[in-house]
Design a protein around this ligand. Sequence first.
Ligand SMILES: Cc1cc2nc3c(=O)[nH]c(=O)nc-3n(C[C@H](O)[C@H](O)[C@H](O)COP(=O)(O)OP(=O)(O)OC[C@H]3O[C@@H](n4cnc5c(N)ncnc54)[C@H](O)[C@@H]3O)c2cc1C
Length: 293
Amino acid sequence: MLSFLMRHHDIWHYSWYQTRVFADYFWELMSEGELSKLTEIYQWARSEQIPLLVIGGGSNLLFATDRFDWVIIKNSLSGWKYDSEQKILYTSSNEPIWTIASQLEQEYDQTLWHRFIGLPGSIGWAIYGNAGCFGLETESNFVSATIYDMLSGEQKIFSKDDMQFWYRHSFLKENPHLFLISAIFDLSKKREKYHSDVDNIDFRENRQPKGNSCGSFFKNPSRELSAGHLIEAVGLKWYRHGGAYWSPLHANFLMSDGESCPPSDLIELVRLTQVRVKKEKWIDLINEVRIIG
Ligand SMILES: Cc1cc2nc3c(=O)[nH]c(=O)nc-3n(C[C@H](O)[C@H](O)[C@H](O)COP(=O)(O)OP(=O)(O)OC[C@H]3O[C@@H](n4cnc5c(N)ncnc54)[C@H](O)[C@@H]3O)c2cc1C
């Protein structure tokens, strides 16, 4: 066992469902000077056949049980700067994308990332999952990322082509040994996927459910057919299973009662919804939120 790993660590506050969860092994990465420890952990976990998970803000994770014999690495790399002449943003991976977007507006009058105001999560995940809001995707202004390969201990620069972005996807998703340290974005030009007139601040404030949730749970099967619409059509909007329920405000928001909700209630509600939508609509709902365990 590596002496710097913490044992039986309470990680409930890292999942936005706020269910009670413990990890057998836990470590927090505080600075780039400690990156080599990631390789030590990765190799040890492999030799012991213990799964490893990197977490940022925890707003895209559903822990499926209340105890994990996993190694959880909490990323806490922070710091960002903006070159207002060249309009280039340099940021560490655990900076919240929402905070950067609003500070760019307040301090530099840079409004290109306005649609990211209200989007939870870190830059690391935004790139990992190519997060997007109303036509603006993370890939839109992405230039490059510095990646740490936990397997070899090497640092590499990944270009936009290397990242293989598509809808809610990047190359990092198939390569869990790659850890994103930092990234560069070019904010000199608007590059939207499509135009939208939605007022994102009003949307986040008034139309998005509040409570213990990781946002939209399933991917939309297509732009024309939303997962929320399907959940409502099979009569499950507002449906409750123990401490888990689909929001009355937005049917694709899986909500939890927090500490009093066992993870199994969330998992069971997801499963029964997938079964019912498949049976009645012949559509497979695929989760956007990552289920761990
Ligand atoms: C209320 C709400 C509204 C939302 N609305 C939207 C929306 O409009 N559009 C949208 O696209 N998403 C939306 N989301 C999803 C949200 O963007 C993600 O949940 C969030 O970005 C996840 O970031 P995180 O830092 O919390 O990631 P975590 O949940 O901590 O991690 C998620 C995954 O990213 C990987 N990861 C994280 N950091 C790194 C890193 N540095 N290197 C390698 N891998 C890493 C982890 O391994 C993990 O698998 C919403 C979520 C909520 C709660």
